[in-house]
Design a protein around this ligand. Structure first.
Ligand code: FES
Length: 102
């Protein structure tokens, strides 16, 4: 069973914002899409850019390094459908945003 760990608090991330958090030593990109939280691996599969520092528009993040775009709800690249980063489960408990790495 997935083990959820606290990654952030809800008020750290307003709708339309993203950030990078560390969960058990793994860099995770966390997104707030209209009040719904999503988490994917922070490392862009192109050259390792930090996706949590990208530009979020609706459910799509643009990598800050060379512009690859990913659907944050699936982790799948919109540039290259074969390219994909891990997507993590997220749940909200009270003011805490929890992420399960698997
Ligand atoms: S590292 Fe992300 S687009 Fe190049």
């Amino acid at each position: 069973m997935a083990e959820f760990k606290k990654a952030a608090t809800k008020d750290q991330l307003a709708p339309g914002e993203c950030t990078t958090v560390e969960v058990d030593g793994t860099a995770v990109a966390l997104f707030n899409v209209g009040g719904q939280f999503y988490a994917i691996d922070n490392t862009c599969v192109h050259r390792g850019g930090p996706l949590g520092e990208g530009e979020l528009e609706d459910n799509v993040v643009t990598c800050p390094w060379h512009g690859w775009r990913y659907d944050v709800t699936t982790g799948v690249s919109l540039v290259n459908a074969a390219a994909k980063v891990a997507k993590y489960q997220v749940k909200v408990e009270g003011n805490d945003v929890l992420v399960a790495l698997e």
